[in-house]
Design a protein around this ligand. Sequence first.
Ligand SMILES: [Zn+2]
Length: 93
Amino acid sequence: MINQIPVMRVCISCRKTYDRKHLLKITKDHKQGIMFQKGMGRSAYICKSKNCYSDSKIKKKLQKALKTFLEPEFIEFFEKEITSHNDYPYKGI
Ligand SMILES: [Zn+2]
């Protein structure tokens, strides 16, 4: 195992600091729009606690963090994405 220093990021919902690999990254990509875990552009991080991603204000918080407008459908994709990542075994990426 390579002992790397974890990159710490703040969850936009609970404001707690976590290792980046335990967070879901949402990026407003310059070309492709909103992306999960990839893309280049303004990014926001959210932890995988249900309290955070199912927070009724999460869309507003994301819109503010990403400085963009999110479609109403976004939240569906977002919940699917974050719950599927919850089951993913981490491979140390
Ligand atoms: Zn959180």
